[in-house]
Design a protein around this ligand. Sequence first.
Ligand code: NI
Ligand code: MN
Length: 227
Amino acid sequence: MKVTYLGHACILIETNNGYNIVVDPFISANELAKNININDIKADYIFLTHAHGDHILDTETIAKNNQSMIVSNHEIATYYNKKGYKTHGMNPSGSWQFDFGIVHVVIAIHSSSFPDGSYGGNPVGFVFEIENKRVYVAGDTALTYDMKLIPEVIGKIDLAILPIGDNYTIGVKSAIKAAEFVQCENVLGVHFDTFGFIKIDKQEAINQFKNANKFLTLLDLNSYILI
Ligand code: NI
Ligand code: MN
């Protein structure tokens, strides 16, 4: 599969058999992603880790353009379902076999109100199990021992997509520990540099991972890795 960085915490997963999965679309208000036109984005599915504006902003536009299925926790799925979108609600420890592969919902520790303050359930992370590979998308989260259960219960993680920007989520030091907990050396860093509180020194972050015998990838906008 191909994992493309669309800025902030937004990623696009393209499977070898042609499914497009967008996670946490926040593009149109992201100054660093201004070269992406959200009307160009193809999405069979939109996965949302929580209801904060920097994760859901472009959900409706993309879902309207593509008749995408929106997958999230029960409360967020219900919110979009009432607005007429196709949705699938899940909650932590739940797994579901989709047509592109299996998705496991895992715990994230954060908050999850919608931009208007209404209740957005509990934040979650996802493990995508596609084409015999597993990609862990942590979402916005604190460091938690629960991460240790992921490789134990779900299986080996091939890529961990972790926030590294600190302030709202784990920073570099905790992300290294999170990678250790999920037993994965390959990390794609997200949720950094977009706004003031989460600006980081990228080279320093890469060095810190290297010193811990882990490999941090930081992608330029629209760049991708193949898994
Ligand atoms: Ni958040
Ligand atoms: Mn966020």
